[in-house]
Design a protein around this ligand. Sequence first.
Ligand code: ACM
Length: 533
Amino acid sequence: MMKVFSLSFFILVSLLGAAQKKCPIIPHPIAANLSKDQFKLDRYSLVKISDPKLTGIANYFKAEIKKNASISLASQPSKNGSVVSLVLTGDKTQNSSITEGYSIDMSKGTIMVAASTEAGLFNGITSLLQLIRLSENKGGTLMLDCWQIKDAPGYGWRGLMLDESRHFFGLEKLKSLIDWMAFYKLNRFHWHLTDEPGWRMEVKKYPKLATIGGIGNFSDSTAPARYYTQDQIRALVAYAADRFITVIPEIDMPGHATAANKAYPEFSGGGSKAHPEFTFNPGKEATYSYLTDILKETASLFPSSMIHLGGDEVNFGNQQWPLIPAVKSLMAEKKMKDLREVELYFMQRMADTLYKMNNKLLAWDEMADVELPRDKTIIMWWRHDKPEQFIKAMEKGYTTIACPRIPFYFDFVQDSSHQQGRKWQKAFAPLESVYAFDLSKFNLTPDKQKLVAGIQANIWTETMQNEKRLDYMLFPRIAGLAEASWRTSNTTKDYGLFKQRLQEHLGLYASAGLYYFDPIAPASKLEPRGPKK
Ligand code: ACM
């Protein structure tokens, strides 16, 4: 009771204080209170940790300060040097949103960042790093305003997906993306590695998946093979883990399998005129062992113990299934009425394979129709025009992630004047809609609300032929996503204040060399064009 009272008091005081100086952190902390003091950060400042477990976080903190503020913090205490203390408190709680919470207490000579878990502590130092990067550096000295912050995320799943099948960006760009995710406290990277234009993951048992399936991209079907070796994948996963980001691979099936079928046509279930060789063959037993082998290698690379199996848009290319004798026998044997039942049967079998590997299954919302164990299945609602699939997933008891096209598909344009991305009739995905997304319109019961793990934005890359276009579509919407996934209700958000804070962040994008859309001065950065076809 006392805790509740003191937190409410803290929030009240901080709201009153908000009339003065604004806390520039995005996502905005639940409570941030300014005091009159200033903290001096320079090469005499020392980082102290309460537990050897925090060495990695302390090293990350120091490395970021070196990289972004060109200050090497002290390795020895000095008489007048300030201290940043990272403290793991004993207060363990089972509630995941609270376990990611943290507090920051800044005074003249000391900053204390405290949390009950390492993930919480990482969030705390991320906030501190934002304050540092947004402060003026005068000859290697930063005078930081002193804030008292108490904070915790609304959602445990704050995700971003990148499609590298359509265009491939490579390890260095991915690391930079992971850095920006960490900066904004996004903690799930969904890696769309396979689709029609290209297969991007080395599989030792089936090397042609990468060397043949990796040839081409959405703009050029003959571009030399691009893919990630298993060593590169392990490196990326470790890089993300150091930033408390979990990486979830997607191996799309039974549709969107074109690149795989180019490499191993013996497992193709055919396609349609618009989508040739689009599916795997669900009637052939060998298809299931082939995919099981692929998933075994996938699971060995990704400690997240979660694999996304897609399951979307199978009807784009399953028209030839009824002509395949093995599919006909399967349908007769299992008394299946239509191709949709074949699709669901396929997914059920592949899901079982995953569960046997102690992995959870993720799938797009078409798969809310399959009967699967609720504790091992996560459904991503993407069809904004089919809210009934979102509700159905929760009615079935599945953990659910909301990533509806509008506003969370970042291949949709963000300004009505833009020509290069998608629109849905006239609808698109401006920053304000990303920022203002919440679930209030669904009037979810508390039981359903509990099943919403979080939200995610998806970067489909048909129109992102190069890094410049990728950056333009992602920045600054990534900042809107961060706040929408941290503060779950619109009643606690304010777009006008967000835009003020964003202004300072745009400066960071510019100094990082990003080509971003400027929603405050839209004409200042014109939409970059992809190469002419
Ligand atoms: C999807 O956009 N096909 C998930």
